[in-house]
Design a protein around this ligand. Structure first.
Ligand SMILES: Cc1cc2nc3c(=O)[nH]c(=O)nc-3n(C[C@H](O)[C@H](O)[C@H](O)COP(=O)(O)OP(=O)(O)OC[C@H]3O[C@@H](n4cnc5c(N)ncnc54)[C@H](O)[C@@H]3O)c2cc1C
Length: 365
């Protein structure tokens, strides 16, 4: 880990707001599944200067959890511990005395900023590069935890560094790209021991020097008739249209996006399966994987097992998107997990592949 490369933290000109601590806190509005659960204590971090008091308020519980927008968690039960809810705000361009030759700039964003607002703010500054990741729900700080990706881009490709605090020791560290160990929907923060780091701020590298990313077929097809390369604004608009037409809006139908990761398997296994299962899509394995590996479509595998649109009480599989588990009303986390278990078993039974959940499961299993 390196010393602070770009300065750090907000300037302490004003008095921080009083720390909000809520006991026996309802979580239904704090997770996009809309699952009803409670936390023994909820501590709302709105300003970095509240950190010492906020960390102290989470001590003495046998479990602790960080929460951003709640769009990648499933509360399996009430949470018998303290949740630290990250709501810190602030974005700024970093003044660079020797601007980057490729026309890129560095921007600093506090962890609690909604991710899609960060994409919009960046575009409004004339800074391209994040548009393929438009409309992904959640906070900016959490975007690195599973290295969010969509439409041919992962956030690690726009990442410069981050600042995080170790909730156990209070140590603040700067993480470079190499320190983060990014992989497909993965980083050091998702691995054992990683959950003690609270990401405080990201530094992203964006700007006109970054050309359009059109590797994703559906996006490329949108601009096939256009002579000039699409602008970042045009790509942003196209990504929004595609996403809105495909994915359920969590405000209308509770969900956490893709419930399973696309499985990465050996290329030989993928090719053998493709012989048995005509039409099986096979993709490059992506960041952190070797060339002898291939990525399969979890949605396709689940669909083949007949799960699309299936409903067990209020826990269901989306009718148009087999990868998305949905809460039709009052499904509990336990019911959604049970349904996910049945799906896993059937995919394993037919294809010999164990699917891995993408959201973080919180609470008693
Ligand atoms: C409709 C929908 C579509 C989606 N589409 C995509 C997609 O295209 N691509 C994609 O990659 N994901 C997608 N997601 C998943 C989700 O939006 C992302 O993973 C997002 O980054 C989660 O952010 P969050 O703030 O909601 O995290 P949370 O759900 O609050 O937390 C997720 C994990 O990150 C940890 N965490 C949160 N904040 C911090 C922090 N500041 N420091 C340390 N740890 C932290 C939590 O402890 C937890 O382990 C989608 C979800 C939905 C609901």
């Amino acid at each position: 880990m390196n010393p602070a490369p770009h300065g750090a933290g907000p300037a302490p000109f004003t008095v921080p707001p009083p720390l909000r601590i809520i006991e026996n806190a309802p979580l239904q509005r704090l997770n996009t599944f809309g699952v009803s659960a409670r936390a023994r204590r909820l501590v709302v971090l709105e300003d970095e200067r509240q950190l010492p008091e906020a960390i102290e308020a989470t001590r003495g519980f046998h479990a602790r959890c960080i929460l951003g927008g709640g769009s990648n968690v499933l509360f399996a039960s009430d949470f018998d511990g303290a949740i630290l809810l990250v709501r810190t705000r602030g974005r700024a361009r970093i003044e660079d005395p020797s601007p980057q030759a490729d026309g890129c700039s560095l921007v600093r964003v506090q962890a609690g900023e909604p991710w899609d607002d960060t994409v919009q703010w960046s575009l409004a500054q004339g800074l391209a590069g994040l548009e393929n990741l438009a409309m992904i729900p959640g906070s900016t700080g959490a975007a690195v935890i599973q290295n969010i990706g969509a439409y041919g881009l992962e956030i690690c490709e726009r990442f410069d560094s981050l600042r995080a605090i170790d909730l156990d020791s209070g140590e603040i560290r700067h993480f470079t790209q190499a320190d983060c160990g990014f992989g497909y929907r993965d980083s050091v923060f998702k691995r054992p021991g990683g959950e003690r780091w609270l990401v405080l701020e990201l530094v992203l590298r964006v700007g006109v020097g970054l050309g359009p990313v059109l590797s994703y077929g559906e996006l490329r097809a949108r601009f096939a008739d256009q002579a000039a390369s699409p602008s970042a604004i045009e790509i942003d608009r196209a990504v929004r249209e595609i996403r809105s037409s495909k994915l359920p809006d969590p405000a209308v139908l509770g969900n956490a996006g893709s419930f399973f990761k696309n499985p990465v398997v050996g290329r030989a296994q993928a090719e053998e399966l493709a012989l048995r299962e005509p039409g099986l899509p096979i993709y490059p394995a992506g960041s952190g994987s070797g060339t002898d590996q291939a990525k399969l479509s979890a949605g396709w595998l689940i669909d083949r097992c007949g799960w699309k649109g299936v409903r067990n009480g209020d826990a269901g599989v989306h009718a148009a998107h087999a990868l998305v588990l949905v809460n039709h009303g009052s499904a509990s986390g336990r019911e959604l997990l049970d349904l996910a278990g049945l799906i896993r078993d059937s995919v394993h039974g037919r294809f010999g592949i164990w699917l891995e959940p993408e959201p973080v499961i919180v609470g008693r299993l």
